[in-house]
Write a protein that binds this ligand. Structure first.
Ligand SMILES: [Zn+2]
Length: 256
């Protein structure tokens, strides 16, 4: 089995003290690639450092909706993002988007930075990683406003209809450990509706550890539990699902 963890946060402080040993373990097991997603200028740099330290790691750089309220100098932030984006192991702009569940940043600021970073992705020709929580309508409006930008909706929580429109637009849907939780019936219906060719799998670690590891520190080798549940819903083997989603991730992140 070969796994591409399409969205992880190994820079997170919860990995302090065991980061190196966990990364070494998951990479010596079945995990071939990991995309470490940045969320602000600092974690973007940490993601780039991980990508420099490990050949299997790639990075994304972006400002997460939660972090947009902290931006002081708009032009300076955009300049740094542009520079970070030129690093050879940066594969995407992200994570960007809208979080109307927590509303840690006001919605006008979230929207402004989502748009600015979609413009950045369009001008630099990079895929994007979208974080969407309870903002399906406005997120889809943004996707429609930038028809040349493609990307991934990570830890997908939308409807089968939203997924169908994204697929029609050549976007990818990434599923996390949430599909293994009790009461996952609704999201499993979405899983059944999405062709494997448009699917990615992710941990979003250290968060969202799948059942039966729920509550523990999540890590990329736990994706075998997530893959097993998705594969069963799709009527294929976990090996097949992992192989297809690995190749999907390499395609969207343009990894040779
Ligand atoms: Zn994330």
């Amino acid at each position: 089995m070969r796994i591409f963890d399409s969205h992880a946060h190994y820079n997170d402080e919860r990995f302090n003290g065991e980061r190196q040993s966990i990364i070494t373990e998951v990479l010596s097991d079945c995990v071939e690639y990991i995309l470490n997603a940045g969320t602000n200028i600092n974690t973007n740099n940490e993601s780039i450092l991980l990508a420099e330290a490990y050949p299997q790691f790639y990075a994304s750089v972006g400002i997460h909706p939660h972090d947009t309220a902290q931006i002081i100098d708009e032009n300076k932030t955009l300049d740094i993002l542009r520079r970070q984006l030129t690093h050879e192991k940066v594969a995407a702009v992200g994570e960007i988007g809208l979080d109307y569940h927590y509303d840690f940043s006001d919605r006008g600021t979230q929207m402004k930075w989502f748009r600015l970073q979609m413009e950045l992705a369009a001008e630099a020709d990079y895929p994007v990683i979208v974080h969407n929580r309870e903002a399906h309508g406005p997120c889809m409006d943004m996707v429609r406003a930038f028809p040349t930008v493609k990307g991934i909706f990570h830890s997908f929580s939308g409807s089968a209809e939203t997924a169908a429109e994204l697929i029609k637009r050549d976007w990818y849907i990434s599923f996390s450990g949430v599909v293994t939780f009790k009461n996952a019936n609704r999201i499993l219906d979405v899983v059944r509706s999405v062709p494997a060719q448009n699917m990615l799998i992710e941990t979003d670690c250290p968060y969202l550890a799948p059942h039966p590891m729920r509550g523990k520190l999540n890590r990329s080798d736990y994706l075998c539990y997530t893959a097993a549940v998705i594969a069963e819903a799709k009527g294929m083997t976990a090996e097949e699902l992992c192989e297809i989603t690995l190749n999907n991730a390499k395609r969207i992140y343009r990894i040779k």
